[in-house]
Design a protein around this ligand. Structure first.
Ligand code: CA
Length: 253
């Protein structure tokens, strides 16, 4: 049985969600604002297996809540509920550390399926095994390395624990950061367009301002590049997108 925290101020929606999640065998707690969510997750250090986090909340919004969780090194899987017609919210959600998103109004069956996906990945993480981030990129490009650990230039990413190890220490990636990195790594030096990243990694079909994804890449560069201002691995291909090189090319900058 999984423990799910629902953060939603519209009580009919929260109650409906709780009813259906409980019918699926989960234990559900509801809070009506971000402050209460942070109180339980950070101050009281309550353990949840996943959080369903609405963006539109009184007081702190969902983005702020997710950011504060990640800043406090709490990596509970977060499914963010965004407003339909605001695709920029999706990218803001990822930037704040959400692992998945669903635009409102959503179909209940889809929410349950997405949550199941997050919980499955969460179980893998806790068990320290399995492929934590394969769902979105299954079957595309070269196979993952044995043990789901990818090593390049003295750094390694363990995709089963979402841990990036560098000479500077270990960094815990969110599921989405790891999904994006894996997608780029699997493309094996080929150029990956921003549009394909949005569609294939995050299943985002809306006509999104793809420039916003650049902010996300900036964060990944801070993790994996020795000098983020002069990337050697995660390269920008002007006007197109990005490519990942495990071994930087001579003369490339
Ligand atoms: Ca709301």
């Amino acid at each position: 049985m999984s423990r799910v925290l629902v953060v939603e101020d519209e009580s009919h929606l929260a109650d409906g969600l709780a009813y259906n999640l409980e019918a699926e065998g989960h234990s559900v707690q509801i809070v009506a604002d971000g402050e209460a969510a942070l109180e339980r997750l950070l101050a009281k250090k309550e353990k949840f297996d996943a959080v369903v986090l609405d963006v539109m909340l009184p007081g702190k919004n969902g983005f702020e809540v997710a950011s504060e969780l990640r800043a406090a090194r709490n990596f509970v899987p977060v499914l963010m509920l965004t407003a339909r017609g605001r695709p920029e919210d999706v990218l803001k959600g990822f930037e704040s550390g959400a692992d998945d998103y669903l635009p409102k109004p959503f179909e209940l069956a889809i929410l349950l399926a997405r949550l199941k996906g997050l919980l499955r990945r969460s179980e893998w993480l806790h068990a320290g095994r399995g492929s934590a981030v394969s769902s979105a990129t299954e079957g595309s490009g070269p196979e993952a390395q044995a043990g789901d650990v990818f090593t390049f230039r003295g750094k390694s990413i363990d995709f089963s624990t979402l841990e990036l190890s560098t000479s500077g220490g270990k960094i815990q990636l969110t599921l989405m950061e790891a999904d994006l990195l894996r997608h780029l790594i699997r493309s094996n030096g080929r150029v990956v367009s921003r549009k394909s990243i949005l569609e294939e990694v995050w299943g985002l079909k809306e006509d999104t301002d793809t420039r916003a994804i650049d902010n996300f890449v900036v964060r990944l560069r801070r993790y994996i590049e020795d000098d983020p201002a002069k990337p050697q691995h995660l390269l920008t291909v002007r006007g197109v997108g990005y490519r990942f090189l495990a071994e930087p090319e001579v003369g490339d900058s």
